[in-house]
Design a protein around this ligand. Sequence first.
Ligand SMILES: Nc1ncnc2c1ncn2[C@@H]1O[C@H](COP(=O)(O)OP(=O)(O)OP(=O)(O)O)[C@@H](O)[C@H]1O
Ligand SMILES: [Mg+2]
Length: 272
Amino acid sequence: MEKIKDALDKAKKIQSSSRNIKGQNIISSDNRNYLDLENINYTKTKKVKVSEELLRNKRILIGDVKDEISDEYKVLRTQVIQLMNKNNWSTLAISGPKEGCGKTLTSINLCISIARDVNQSVLLVDLDLRRPNIHNYFFTQEVLGISDYLVNKKNLDEILFNPGIERLVVLPGNKSIQNSSEMLSSPQVVQLVNELKNKYSNRLVIFDMPPLLSCDDMLAFTPYVDAFMLVVEDGVTLKQDLKRSVELLDTNKLLGIVLNKSKDSVGINQYY
Ligand SMILES: Nc1ncnc2c1ncn2[C@@H]1O[C@H](COP(=O)(O)OP(=O)(O)OP(=O)(O)O)[C@@H](O)[C@H]1O
Ligand SMILES: [Mg+2]
């Protein structure tokens, strides 16, 4: 079976960059702390109490993490910020060929890493309308989500939350939405993207998307974002799936490919 190592040759050819996020558990000591949210002032955005234990268990970068994984996300962050700024882009959709390769976890940890850069705020949006999952990384209870905005006409301010990380705001999903690809290219979503994009000039908006090859949602949405990034799983993603994904996308807008769950013990691979 042709696996991802071969597929990365294709990545070289399309002149994209790839970051290698080591597949290592970042769980450390666990003492049921809650993040201190008192000093964060986000006008209109509600501050929520997030369980530090849940975040650690879900492999989310929290607190003042100083480890190799955090460093790898930092390198990825810096490259993303530089490429986005260089091209004057502010919206980035993150997808991957198939389910489970780590799109959502990569989106969340990348956003946290970006938010730690004092010059950069970031908004993370769950646009996996079929199987929204970002809320499960932050909460064990039900929360309002983007479907409440799109379908139930709730106010965005009721849905956005700040998880206790300065400069990071999250627009989670909750229930799945039928006809998701039609919804993703609807005037309602296009208007939402423009609104989110224009609200703050210094903010990146990152969309966690469904898999590219399993449905047409990502393709329906690509005209409305500045750039996209693919996440592939080391040893699992097939060469032909990555090849097909790259063929489907406008490579001028392809920021890079992240090799996730890599078994390599050191370093960050870069493919140009
Ligand atoms: N680098 C990693 N190391 C270890 N586990 C990981 C890594 N990246 C993701 N995972 C785990 O793999 C599982 C799938 O991750 P995630 O939800 O991010 O995938 P996804 O591509 O968004 O899936 P889906 O297609 O269902 O939306 C989760 O349990 C997550 O914790
Ligand atoms: Mg996901």
